[in-house]
Design a protein around this ligand. Structure first.
Ligand SMILES: [Zn+2]
Length: 229
């Protein structure tokens, strides 16, 4: 893929084999991501797979007693379940940070994946990375303090969205780190008091990234290192 191609901004597209990208390219459409756009509604038939180029997409997975939140940016894709043949995901997927993405029809993506072993392996590798990250995050949520988890989450979200300005509420952050909203507010106040972050109701800014790294648990380094492999 040419470095100037819009798709090159997404890591997964950039790392596709030349043959797989040639097959996929005619079906990719460059689309804008506007804040709060719903890309996939829970238990509705999904129609597209998204490769973000900029901005952030939130994957809200609904369980019986809680909702978890994962953020996806230009390092990944949304709709990986399509590759596994799942058409009605148990998740609601919405834009958490404006930007843009390359989009492909889910049915077309499955046709291409069925034809190409290298494309399938590429998607499987990404799935494994996501599962590993999820396991790391679950362990983190069970072991580390809310303040350390919040710092870790803010750094990861900033890395994925490529911005220190985050459009997140305390409620969203609570879902992302499996904490009570009130505890997130206490931790966020502590980070703000130390001039590491600032925020209004739904807009948070990382002021001192290095200071925030010192507060974050080691899971941030583990996850960041894994993303580079
Ligand atoms: Zn941790």
């Amino acid at each position: 893929m040419a470095a100037t191609s819009p798709g090159s901004q997404n890591r997964l597209l950039r790392e596709l084999s030349r043959e797989d990208y040639r097959s996929l390219a005619p079906h990719l459409k460059h689309v804008a991501l506007s804040l709060h756009d719903v890309l996939v509604e829970r238990n509705k038939t999904n129609h597209h797979v998204y490769f973000p180029l900029a901005g952030l997409i939130g994957v809200h997975t609904i369980f019986a007693d809680h909702v978890s939140l994962d953020m996806v940016g230009k390092e990944g894709m949304v709709g990986i379940f399509i590759a596994a043949g799942v058409k009605t995901p148990h998740a609601r997927i919405a834009v958490q940070g404006s930007g843009s993405a390359m989009r492909v029809a889910a049915a077309q993506f499955r046709i291409l994946a069925d034809r190409s072993g290298t494309l399938q392996r590429h998607m499987h590798r990404y799935t494994c990375l996501m599962l590993k990250h999820s396991a790391q995050t679950s362990r983190c949520n069970g072991l580390h303090t809310v303040e350390a988890r919040l710092a870790r989450c803010l750094l990861e979200t900033s890395d994925r969205g490529g911005s220190r300005e985050l459009r997140v509420t305390h409620e969203l952050l609570a879902a992302a780190i499996a904490a009570r909203r009130s505890n997130v507010t206490v931790a966020a106040n502590a980070l703000r008091f130390r001039n590491l972050i600032d925020y209004t109701r739904a807009r948070l800014t990382i002021i001192d990234r290095q200071g925030l790294i010192k507060v974050a648990c080691g899971c941030y380094g583990a996850n960041a290192t894994e993303k580079e492999k």
